[in-house]
Design a protein around this ligand. Structure first.
Ligand code: 2AM
Ligand code: CA
Length: 275
């Protein structure tokens, strides 16, 4: 697609996202239908399904040749990254949606032949739309985000769930201890797409997780690249956008320091396992 096509797509997607946001806000004053999926803390609501169907129907209608990977299964099952691929999460942060009624997002990342091209992350209750067409800057509600400057570990706010510093099957609980003792502070917001958008906006300096799906991270990676941040797996290797992955997204400098630290911990015998 050419630049004009991307601009026309952006107009459509932002309209769909704002409509979907209105549906989500309205749904919070009624009663939600909540079910568990794989585990007691893996929730899905009628709204996850409704919003995904709303978005997938529109994408298929206006862009019939495009492929979609989406959380609730109404998309497609692409096996490669050829052509245009949409990574769609109708509600990222479903636990926040159900329990806190805030801090959840609609996340849409669009890739062309495996390269990030456009990203939309809508923080519904804050009415904050992070958006970008690759090469034309990243924005929060039309205000351009500044390029990220290098950050030292001592000055860094690092975002991670406590899951990764307690006994778990993906990472030795002590791998990050020294970094976390040294850094300026830690945060955990519970909605990966917004946490990635916060890295892009320079509000936090790194986001770390051992388990995320393509629809959770697809848009966030594109935003972060646009402002000069770095994104890899926890071990510093490239992310395969068709797979679940660990994610280390950070400002320049900090990213290298964290990868170096993690690799030295692994070299000394601590474990790290991709999902
Ligand atoms: P979700 O709300 O769309 O499921 C919570 O820490 C963050 O991790 C959320 O962005 C959540 O997205 C995501 N996540 C993805 N896979 C998960 C899993 N298997 N268990 C818990 N959180 C998961
Ligand atoms: Ca979701």
């Amino acid at each position: 697609m050419n630049r004009t096509d991307w601009i026309s797509l952006e107009k459509k997607v932002t309209e769909w996202i704002r409509d979907a946001g209105n549906k989500l806000r309205r749904s919070l004053s009624g009663s939600l239908d909540v079910h568990t999926k794989s585990a007691h803390n893996d929730l899905v609501t009628n709204m996850d399904k409704e919003i995904e169907q709303f978005l997938v129907r529109r994408i298929h209608k206006y862009y019939p040749g495009h492929q979609i990977i989406s959380e609730e299964g109404f998309g497609d099952k692409p096996t490669d990254t050829e052509g245009i691929l949409w990574l769609v999460d109708p509600i990222d942060g479903t636990i926040n949606f159900v329990k806190q009624k805030c801090f959840f997002a609609i996340s849409i990342g669009i890739y062309e032949n495996g390269k990030g091209k456009a990203a939309y992350i809508y923080d519904v209750m804050n009415d904050g739309l992070f958006h970008c067409i690759s090469g034309s800057g990243a924005y929060l509600n039309n205000k351009r985000l500044s390029p990220l400057k290098p950050v030292k570990v001592e000055d860094a706010l690092i975002d991670l769930s406590s899951t990764w510093i307690k006994p778990n099957k993906r990472i030795d609980q002590d791998v990050l201890t020294d970094i976390l003792l040294k850094c300026s502070g830690t945060r955990a917001y519970g909605a990966a797409s917004i946490e990635l958008a916060y890295v892009a906006a320079g509000l936090i300096n790194a986001y770390f997780t051992m388990r995320l799906s393509p629809w959770d991270y697809g848009a966030g990676l594109i935003l972060i690249h646009e402002v000069g941040g770095q994104t890899t797996r926890a071990d510093g290797l490239p992310i395969d956008i068709l797979s679940k992955s660990s994610i280390l997204a950070a400002a320049p400098g900090l990213h290298q320091d964290m990868v170096r630290h993690i690799r030295s911990q692994v070299a000394s015998g601590k474990f790290l396992r991709e999902p």
